[in-house]
Design a protein around this ligand. Structure first.
Ligand SMILES: [Zn+2]
Length: 408
């Protein structure tokens, strides 16, 4: 059943991506080539509808075979099916999604695209859903999602950086217009950092959750602790080294296949990145740095493992990473013939502090489980000095009645 669900979402995403691209295009190109776009869009929709029918038949067959079918999946399929049959029935999809705590980037972009089709580009929820998708998207593997969200936000008049790879599909006229808009209105660029007017205390101006959220990260970790029932089981694999400087940190992107299992739930490791000093405090003290390992489940839930780095001896894995720092910001860098195993960054002991928090960078989305490992690793003074960001840590946030647990 999971397989079917995935397929359906892929189809939905496909449809929405096409629709989004078309709408964004119309906005830019003053409705030239409109007929061409409409024809292409309806062709794609027809194809997708056919595939959906097929999936539905298959699902029906498997429902008969099984005593207990996955109810949510069937409901979701029904909603999607009728959405396509009647034009766009956004409500059904939203009702189903509302029952879930966290949505994946693909679902966010799918829902946002449905909203875009029904409620228009200026609807705040449409923009919010795209922004969420953008934050959650796997930059390396889900370029389509990223491009769709970026193009849609740009089309809605939001100032977002559109990756050069995403511009390939738009024509020169659109590019020129966008360039013009950028020059006209540079002040509105959504720009954030760690100092001055762009610093963490101002993030809330452009990203409301950062200012008003009640479950924000990082935290100062102090007892008494509740006992955690969770157990972490890490299965990271060696793979080609992919380095990325996103303008806020150095990030290592991970090929699919490295996983974290918490209880019965499996999460894919997407990337890990660094903050200096550590964002988390333990009894009021920051470590020299922290490495955040970001994981995502099939349902789109996020779990972060934090490894604190204290000043001490040279770290062999960091030696490899720092020797391959990306020469350029905003572009993934793949040094040839260099492989890396993220497991080499972990301590032997996996005992942890756990709390529910948020992304520590805008838009500060909540619902992220944090597991800060009790055992720190070491990094030498020289290695610390080589990290290109002097300060890139959000200050600790209010606990607001949350409980911190300890386990492992
Ligand atoms: Zn982080």
């Amino acid at each position: 059943m999971k397989k079917h669900l995935r397929l359906i979402l892929e189809i939905l995403l496909g449809i929405c991506l096409v629709a989004t691209a078309a709408l964004a295009y119309w906005n830019f190109s003053a409705k030239k080539h409109l007929n061409e776009q409409v024809a292409e869009l309806s062709e794609q929709l027809d194809e997708a509808k056919e595939s959906l029918e097929k999936v539905h038949e298959e699902a029906d067959a498997s429902k008969d075979a099984k005593a207990e079918p996955d109810n949510t999946a069937n409901q979701e399929m029904e909603a999607l099916k009728s959405a396509f049959a009647n034009g766009v029935v956004l409500q059904d999809v939203e009702t189903l999604y509302k029952a879930q705590k966290a949505l994946s980037a693909e679902r966010q972009v799918g829902m946002a695209s449905l909203r875009l089709l029904t409620k228009g580009a200026q609807d705040p929820d449409t923009i919010a859903a795209y922004q969420k998708a953008l934050e959650m998207a796997e930059w390396s593997n889900r370029l389509q999602t990223v491009c769709a969200a970026q193009n849609a936000l740009a089309a809605a008049g939001q100032k977002v950086k559109v990756l050069s790879e995403c511009k390939k599909s738009t024509d020169k006229e659109a590019d020129a217009k966008e360039e013009h808009a950028k020059k006209d209105d540079k002040a509105h660029d959504v720009h954030w950092g760690y100092e001055g007017d762009n610093g963490p205390e101002h993030w809330g101006d452009a990203f409301p959750v950062c200012g008003k959220g009640k479950k924000q990260s990082p935290l100062n970790i102090v007892g008494p602790f509740e006992k955690s029932k969770d157990s972490l089981s890490v299965d990271y694999k060696e793979g080609p080294l992919k380095m990325f400087n996103n303008g806020h940190t150095i990030q290592v992107n991970i090929e699919p296949g490295s996983t974290l299992t918490i209880g019965k739930e499996t999460f894919d490791l997407l990337q890990f990145h660094f903050h200096r000093p550590s964002e988390e405090q333990v009894e009021g003290k920051n470590a020299s740095m922290v490495a955040h390992f970001v994981h995502k489940s099939k349902e789109g839930k996020l779990a972060v493992i934090g490894v604190l780095l204290n000043e001490g001896k040279d770290s062999a894995p960091i030696k490899t990473l720092w020797a391959n720092l990306p020469p350029k910001e905003g572009e993934e860098f793949l040094p040839s013939k260099v492989t890396f195993n993220p497991a080499s960054m972990l301590p032997k002991e996996m005992a942890f502090y756990n709390y529910e928090g948020s992304l520590t960078t805008p838009p500060c989305t909540e619902g992220v489980q944090f597991y800060i490992l009790k055992s720190p690793m070491e990094i030498s003074k020289q290695q610390l000095a080589k990290f290109p960001y002097k300060v890139n840590a959000r200050p600790v946030q209010s606990l607001n009645g949350r409980k911190i647990s300890a386990g492992g």
